[in-house]
Design a protein around this ligand. Structure first.
Ligand code: SF4
Ligand code: SF4
Length: 192
């Protein structure tokens, strides 16, 4: 017997989270073997509430609320380690992107406090320079959250190992990059 569909407040009848994720990501996840190769290589799996293949299982069972409100979709950094390990070539990172989009649009509370602000700072440096600038991301995030001292040890280690460039590097045609970002954050301030 199929599991019942859990509907979010205001959700239209007939909304199918699996169909919507496939429409946005172009990924057909129904070939998943649940072999767990994706989870075994994921660098953030220990912190996730659902393993990557677990999120696929939620989609297969149309568990909309669990899929959109879980911490996993926000902890995923899109590194594609899972996608490369998958014997069925399922692009899990693209699935996570689609789930984040849908969660924001439906104003589902972000399960990891502050993480959307961090995403925003990462994208802001890409919009400004065409590349990320880690030092600026960290400093702006600290100013935004006023959380000055957590992770200080990590920052100092990265500085000592010259992993943090003081000045950003830029792509040549920055105008094209800025064009891509026009209107990106409009109407999304609720989720910080
Ligand atoms: S590696 Fe691919 S097939 Fe295996 S569980 Fe993960 S998504 Fe499914
Ligand atoms: S893309 Fe996301 S789920 Fe896949 S290995 Fe990287 S962090 Fe884990």
């Amino acid at each position: 017997m199929p599991l019942p569909i859990i509907r979010l407040p205001g959700q239209k009848t007939g909304f199918d989270i699996g169909v919507e994720v496939t429409r946005r990501s172009g990924v057909d996840f129904n070939s998943c073997l649940h072999c767990r190769c994706c989870a075994s290589g994921c660098p953030f799996v220990e912190a996730m509430d659902y393993h990557p293949h677990g999120v696929i299982r939620l989609l297969q069972f149309k568990q909309t609320e669990q899929a959109l409100s879980c911490a996993t979709i926000w902890l995923c950094v899109g590194c594609h380690t899972c996608s490369m390990a998958c014997p069925m070539a399922i692009d899990i990172a693209a699935i996570m992107d689609a789930l984040r989009q849908i969660a924001l649009e439906r104003q589902v509370p972000v399960a990891e406090p502050g993480i959307l602000g961090f995403h925003r700072e990462v994208l802001n440096t890409v919009a400004r320079y065409g590349r990320t600038h880690k030092l600026e991301i960290m400093l702006r995030y600290k100013v935004r959250t006023r959380d000055w001292f957590s992770d200080m040890d990590v920052g100092l280690k990265m500085l000592a190992k010259r992993k943090l460039d003081l000045m950003p590097s830029r792509v040549k045609n920055i105008a094209k990059i800025k064009h891509l970002f026009n209107g990106l954050w409009e109407g999304r301030s609720h989720a910080d």
